[in-house]
Design a binder for this molecule. Structure first.
Ligand code: AHR
Length: 552
C-alpha cells in the first residue's frame, strides 16, 4: 500500500468512528490526520504540580548543577546558580521533589541544617554506583558536604516560585525523625525548639511544606519491603504527624513498574484498617529505556545511547514512554476498588528517558546524558498524556532537573545551557490551571521494527485546555520523517485568532550543548483558519507544537 492509500484507509476507519459519535464533518482528501477538540467535554483542571521537577543528591544535580556556593564567581543567589533559577522560574515549576530518590532513604535532614561550617561530610548513597564515568574525582557528589540542606532547598523553591515536596527517609530513620522534620519546616515562629533552630539558620517564618513522600521505591532501595510490610511502616509514619493547622498531603510509594499487586495489596490493607487518612497521592515511577534491540540484560550498558541511536531505538524508546498511559489507567482502576471516591490521586514523581553512560557533559555528572529532539518528543507526548488524565494525575516530576537523566538544564562551573526538553516545558506551561478537554485523534501510526518484529507507535499525540476564551492545544508528531497535515476542528466554539509555536529540527538527534546552546529553540509557526472554522496545520516530523487560540 502506498503512503497516501494507507493514510486514506486509516482515516476512513477513524472517520467512521467519529461520525458514529455525531461529531465529524467529512474528511478533507488532503489531510493526513484530524483532531477534534470537544469543548463541552471537560476532564478536569490541569494541576500546576504536573509541571513538577525532581532534585536528588546524585552526580551533578545539586553540587555543580544548583549549588555553586555563596563565594563563587558564578552568578548566584544565596549560593544557588542564578541562570538556572531565572530559566526555571520562567516555566512556572509547580513543585520540586527533594532530596531523592534512593538518596532520600539514606538522608538525615539534621545533617543539612545549622551553621554550614559545622555540617558533616557523609558518603553519598550513589558512591558505589556502577554508572560512574571513568576518572570521576571525589567531591561533594561522592562525599556529601551537606552545604545544600532543607533551608537552601526551601529558598530555592521560593526563588523559583514552586512548592517543595520532601521525600522522607523511611528505610533508615524513625517516624519520630520524620515528625521532627515536619516540625522544623512547619512549626509557627517561636513555638518549638526546632522552629527556633530554623529561625537561627534560615527562616523565622515556617516553610509550610504541604507535600511529603512517605518513602521512595519502598519495594527496592527504599527498604526492600513487601507491600504488607510497607503498609505498616506507611501507617506508622503518616498517622500522627503534627499538622500545625495545615492540610498535609502524603504520598505513598507505588509499585515497581507494572506490578499491580503492590497497589492492590497496599490499598486493600489501608482500606481494611479504616481508610486513607491524609494520603493524597500514590507514586508511580516510569522511566523509558531501550529494552529489546539486541541489547544485553546488563543494567548499565544494556540501555540505549542518548545521542547515537538507530531509528528502531528512537521509536522503541518513545513507545516505552507511551506505556505511562496504561500505567495510569491500570493503577487508577485498582485504587478505585478501595477508594471509591478517588480521593487519592496519582503522582508520577519520576519519569523520563534513561540512557547508558557516555553522553554526560562532565565525568562528575553521574547518570548525566545528552538530550535531543527525541527527548523533546517524549516530553510532549508524556505531558499530553498527563493532561488527558487531569482527573487522575495530581502531580508529576520529570527526572531530573539538571545534569541527570532527562534534564532541563546542563551546568558545569560557569557554563550553562537549556535542553530541548526545557523548551517543551516552557511551551506547555500555558496549559497550567486550564480545564483539560477531551480530544479525538485520527492519524496514521508510525511503523518500526522492535526486536526485528513489526511494531507501531501512535500517530499524533495531543491535548487541549481552556481558560476563558483562551484555548491551548499541543500536538506532538513522533514520526521521524512524515509531516502530518492535520485538520483541527473545535466542537462547541469558533476560532478568532491563532498563534503557533513550534520546536523542531532537521534531525531527531539535534541537541544543545555548551558550545552550541541554541541549536534547538522554539520558533513561530503558521496555521490556517478555513472559512468553515476548521484549522489546518502541518506538523513537521519529530516536532512539538503549541497552538494558542483566542476563541470568538
Ligand atoms: O532518578 C534516579 C533513581 O531512579 C532514583 O533515585 C530512584 O528513585 C529511581 O530508581
Amino acid at each position: 500500500m502506498k503512503r497516501r492509500e494507507f493514510v486514506g484507509a486509516a482515516l476512513s476507519s477513524s472517520a467512521l468512528l467519529l461520525t458514529g459519535r455525531g461529531t465529524s464533518a467529512p474528511q478533507s482528501k488532503l489531510a493526513d490526520a484530524r483532531i477534534d477538540v470537544l469543548l463541552n467535554e471537560p476532564i478536569g483542571t490541569i494541576a500546576p504540580e504536573i509541571y513538577g521537577h525532581f532534585v536528588e543528591h546524585l552526580g551533578g544535580v545539586v553540587y555543580d548543577g544548583i549549588w555553586v556556593g555563596e563565594n563563587s564567581k558564578i552568578p548566584n543567589v544565596n549560593g544557588m546558580r542564578k541562570a538556572l533559577i531565572d530559566a526555571l522560574q520562567k516555566t512556572k515549576p509547580g513543585v520540586i521533589r527533594w532530596p531523592g530518590g534512593c538518596f532520600a532513604d539514606s538522608y538525615n535532614w539534621r545533617d543539612g541544617v545549622g551553621p554550614k561550617k559545622d555540617r558533616p561530610r557523609r558518603p553519598n548513597f550513589w558512591l558505589d554506583a556502577g554508572e560512574w564515568p571513568k576518572g570521576a574525582p571525589d567531591g561533594p557528589w561522592k562525599y556529601d558536604t551537606n552545604q545544600f540542606g532543607t533551608d537552601d532547598f526551601a529558598r530555592f523553591c521560593q526563588l523559583t516560585g514552586s512548592q517543595p515536596y520532601f521525600a522522607a527517609n523511611l528505610r533508615s530513620l524513625n517516624a519520630k525523625d520524620f515528625y521532627e522534620w515536619v516540625d522544623y519546616c512547619n512549626a509557627p515562629a517561636g513555638t518549638t525548639t526546632l522552629a527556633e533552630m530554623r529561625a537561627a539558620g534560615g527562616s523565622r517564618e515556617p516553610y509550610k511544606v504541604k507535600y511529603w513522600g512517605v518513602g521512595n521505591e519502598s519495594w527496592g532501595c527504599g527498604g526492600n519491603f513487601a507491600p504488607e510490610e510497607y503498609v505498616v511502616e506507611y501507617r506508622r509514619f503518616a498517622e500522627w504527624v503534627p499538622r500545625w493547622g495545615m492540610n498535609l498531603a502524603f504520598v505513598g510509594s507505588g509499585p515497581n513498574g507494572g506490578d499491580l499487586s503492590w497497589t492492590r495489596k497496599f490499598f486493600g490493607k489501608l482500606a481494611e484498617k479504616g481508610g486513607f487518612g491524609r494520603m493524597w497521592g500514590w507514586a508511580l515511577h516510569h522511566y523509558s529505556w531501550n529494552v529489546s534491540q539486541g541489547r544485553t540484560s546488563d543494567w548499565v550498558q544494556g540501555k540505549g545511547d542518548g545521542l547515537n541511536f538507530p531509528l528502531e531505538e528512537y521509536y522503541e524508546l518513545l513507545a516505552e514512554a507511551d506505556r505511562v498511559e496504561k500505567l495510569i489507567t491500570d493503577n487508577w482502576a485498582i485504587m478505585g476498588e478501595f477508594d471509591r471516591q478517588h480521593r487519592v490521586k496519582l503522582v508520577v514523581d519520576e519519569w523520563g528517558a534513561w540512557y547508558k553512560p557516555g553522553t554526560e557533559l562532565h565525568n562528575t555528572h553521574l547518570l548525566g546524558q545528552q538530550n535531543t529532539m527525541r527527548d523533546a518528543v517524549l516530553a510532549g507526548m508524556t505531558l499530553d498524556t498527563f493532561h488527558r488524565h487531569a482527573d487522575k494525575v495530581g502531580m508529576a516530576n520529570i527526572a531530573q532537573l539538571v545534569n541527570c537523566l532527562q534534564a532541563l538544564f546542563f551546568a558545569h562551573e560557569d557554563k550553562f545551557a537549556v535542553t530541548p526538553t526545557y523548551h517543551v516545558f516552557d511551551m506547555f506551561a500555558a496549559h497550567q490551571n486550564g480545564e483539560s478537554l477531551r480530544t479525538l485523534v485520527a492519524a496514521p501510526h508510525s511503523n518500526y521494527l522492535r526486536a526485528a518484529k513489526p511494531a507501531t507507535l501512535r500517530g499524533l499525540s495531543t491535548s487541549a485546555s481552556r481558560k476563558g476564551n483562551q484555548l491551548t492545544i499541543t500536538i506532538t508528531n513522533p514520526d521521524h520523517a512524515q509531516t502530518r497535515d492535520t485538520e483541527i476542528a473545535l466542537r462547541g466554539a469558533r476560532v478568532k485568532e491563532i498563534k503557533v509555536t513550534i520546536l523542531a529540527a532537521s534531525d531527531v538527534k539535534a541537541h544543545n550543548s555548551f558550545a552550541n546552546p541554541n541549536a534547538v529553540t522554539p520558533k513561530d509557526g503558521r496555521a490556517t483558519i478555513r472559512n468553515d472554522g476548521t484549522v489546518t496545520y502541518s506538523a513537521a516530523p519529530a516536532s512539538v507544537t503549541r497552538l494558542q487560540i483566542t476563541l470568538a
